[in-house]
Design a binder for this molecule. Structure first.
Ligand SMILES: *Cc1c(COP(=O)(O)O)cnc(C)c1O
Length: 365
């Protein structure tokens, strides 16, 4: 048996008909960049997430860049974020000339450890970027009360967490601004690059709509440094057809995750722990000191796995200027060294999951 890490063709089969006929409408109207298809998707997803404003952009990375800019983060400001995350969590901070301040993470969930963040606050700290890693919300009660104490803006990196909630609210809608990625492999994936910023603040929303479109405030008038970060009409169509299926897809991911948790129990590896808030299971990451050997054994049995992420931000060459000498990140280091992402995708069969579990069990025997 072969178990891929993901299978996006399964999703395509479920939307193919509708997408093809709507692609015809995009070509017939030539509304390729921004325009009515993007606006329709923005309204649809704003309602789905329960947010007043959803602003489509061309990637999750662009979303984070513009969210930080519109929140007023400037060159020289410090921004707190977890050390254990995808590199895309950090680029927007660097694009602005602000300073990323890496925080070690919580051992159980791999999300930002707010007690660590508290110790790293200085008079230059402006914002905090919690990352809802693997689809599990960071502890937003702790993040929000911390931000209140120090008057920090909260920009959520919800790139992996569409469908996950905190106290009944969509992740991304709890801070000033939230950023979502529609990279193809994300839970809601485009057929290429796309992203979204959500906010409940009218002023942020207005500025974001201008910034993504060359900072155009009136026709031919550009108020400030702008960007070409617009969303494509074709991507909006793909997302419009996938969004109504996302709740069912998240339910299936949750079923698969719960099967893994039940069936892997008793084996000498750490299975993900789930807090009471809903998790959308973007990734299913186990931890074991024999990660590399287990990965090889699975690979030899036809099972693809992933590493998310083997090099934490404080060990990235591009970030070396921002690492304070003598700062240790023991928890992030362990996630990076021991984490292994098992296959979990909508369209995965129970038989495939049982085969993965059996192969893991055989490895430990
Ligand atoms: C995917 C991702 C991003 C970046 O999104 P892109 O759409 O790939 O630019 C940022 N942060 C995290 C945690 C991600 O997983």
């Amino acid at each position: 048996m072969k178990v891929p890490f993901n299978d996006l063709t399964w999703q395509w089969r479920h939307i193919e008909e509708g997408v093809r006929s709507d692609f015809d409408r995009v070509f017939a109207s030539s509304q390729f960049s921004s325009g009515p298809f993007v606006e329709a998707f923005e309204r649809q997803i704003a309602e789905w997430l329960g947010v007043p404003h959803a602003i489509g952009v061309n990637s999750g990375t662009s979303a984070l860049h513009l969210a930080l800019l519109s929140a007023g983060v400037r060159s020289g400001d410090e921004v707190l974020l977890p050390a254990h995350t995808f590199i895309g969590s950090a680029w927007g901070i660097l694009y602005i000339g602000a300073i990323p301040v890496f925080c070690d993470v919580d051992d159980e969930t791999g999300t930002i450890d707010v007690e660590v963040a508290r110790r790293l606050v200085t008079p230059r700290t402006r914002a905090v970027v919690p990352v809802h890693l693997y689809g599990q919300p960071a502890n937003m009660d702790a993040v929000l009360s911390f931000a209140l104490d120090y008057d920090l803006k909260v920009i959520e990196d919800a790139a992996q967490s569409i469908g996950a909630t905190w106290n009944g609210r969509s992740t991304g809608s709890l801070g000033e601004l939230g950023c979502i990625s529609f990279y193809p492999g994300k839970n809601l994936g485009a057929a290429g690059e796309a992203g979204l910023i959500v906010t409940s603040d009218d002023r942020y929303a207005g500025r974001l709509r201008s910034l993504r479109n060359h900072a155009q405030t009136d026709r031919y008038v550009h108020a400030e440094l702008g960007f070409n970060y617009r969303m494509d009409g074709l991507q909006a169509v793909v997302l419009t057809h996938k969004l109504p299926l996302l709740s069912a897809w998240t339910k299936r991911r949750t079923e698969l995750a719960n099967q893994y948790i039940a069936k892997l129990e008793g084996l000498p590896l750490e299975i993900p722990s789930v807090r009471h808030q809903t998790h959308c299971w973007h990734l299913f990451v186990v931890r074991t000191p024999s990660r590399n050997l287990l990965r090889d054994a699975l690979s030899k049995s036809g099972i693809e796995t992933g590493l998310h992420y083997p090099v934490p931000l404080h060990r990235q060459p591009a970030m070396s200027a921002y690492v304070k000498p003598g700062t240790a990140y023991p928890v992030s280091d362990r996630w990076a060294d021991e984490g292994l992402s098992l296959p979990l995708f909508v369209g995965m069969t129970d038989e495939q999951l049982d085969y993965v579990v059996k192969t893991v069990a055989t490895f430990y025997r």
